[in-house]
Design a protein around this ligand. Structure first.
Ligand code: ADP
Length: 274
């Protein structure tokens, strides 16, 4: 009887071991597919700007260098290509860290109203170049304090506003707004009346490398990483990101933030944690 019980235990253990190994292999296979897909996407994204830069350099070496105006124009274009490569590499670095859970948030109290105003000042010119009017609508209070990673939230805001300009219509508008929600939350919205997104594409927008218009010929540069970075950052703060869009009418991207107390109202004991 004892032998039968021991055999049954042993069989169960062997079966469990085999099951665990099978799961391990499955996980490794998934990771390998992911790695291959990621590498494929990376080289695809780097190829276009690299070939552009190479093209300008070869044309310059081929004789275009002699003409002063052509030389300047081609060097500027090659410079733009390098700039684009730098953006892509930075985004890749960021997404790798985020997906590995390697991004440590540096939380601090800051005024989100001031951040929106700064984003507005920085991007107003960029919008104007495309004849897009940037506006903002903020609550009556001068300051709304939140406790978050300032630099990362700034990146979120900037990515959303830059997208609204990139995919906005000439002569259109982008509005950045902050609204107080119940339960100590605020919602920041970036609303445009640009090209909008077809319903079928909306669920995939936050996937890395996903771009609605895949043709390499599109005018607007980008890696398709911006929105997945945005989503990771917001979720790392345990907050939510939303998108609403109507094709041909416009889009609205919004995210929530938890309000904190104004630093002047935080008592010394709260600051020191005593
Ligand atoms: P990128 O802009 O580099 O392509 P993102 O991840 O920021 O990558 O955006 C993914 C895609 O979502 C874009 O390629 C574009 O098709 C679409 N998109 C993002 N923002 C907007 C917007 N405001 N209006 C219309 N389409 C947008």
């Amino acid at each position: 009887n004892q032998i039968t019980t021991d055999m049954a235990t042993l069989t169960r253990e062997v079966e469990k071991f085999a099951e665990d190994k099978k799961l391990e292999i499955e996980t490794l296979k998934i990771r390998e597919t992911y790695r291959k897909e990621f590498m494929g996407n990376v080289s695809h994204e780097l190829k276009t700007p690299l070939f552009t830069v190479q093209g300008y350099i070869l044309t310059l070496l081929d004789g275009a260098m002699k003409d002063k105006t052509v030389r300047k124009k081609y060097l500027q274009r090659a410079g733009k290509g390098v700039e684009r490569l730098i953006y892509i590499v930075k985004d890749l670095d960021m997404i790798t860290k985020l997906e590995a859970g390697d991004l440590h948030l540096h939380l601090e109290n800051f005024n989100i109203v001031e951040m929106v105003q700064n984003a507005f000042d920085l991007l107003e010119m960029k919008a104007a170049k495309k004849n897009i009017t940037l506006t903002f609508d903020i609550p009556y209070e001068e300051a709304i304090w939140v406790y978050a990673d300032r630099e990362r939230i700034q990146q979120v805001l900037s990515n959303l506003v830059v997208n609204s300009i990139k995919y906005g219509k000439k002569g259109g508008t982008t509005e950045i707004s902050i609204e107080n929600l119940i339960k100590n939350k605020v919602i920041v919205r970036v609303t445009d009346n640009g090209e909008g997104i077809e319903k079928a594409n909306i669920p995939r927008l936050f996937e890395r490398f996903y771009r609605v218009d895949k043709s390499g010929s599109r005018k607007e540069g980008g890696s398709g990483l911006g929105l997945s970075i945005v989503k990771h950052i917001i979720e790392a703060h345990n907050e939510k990101i939303y998108v609403e869009s109507v094709f041909g009418v416009g889009s609205e991207f919004s995210f929530t933030m938890e309000k904190s107390k104004s630093p002047s109202k935080i008592t010394t004991s709260e600051k020191t944690g005593n």
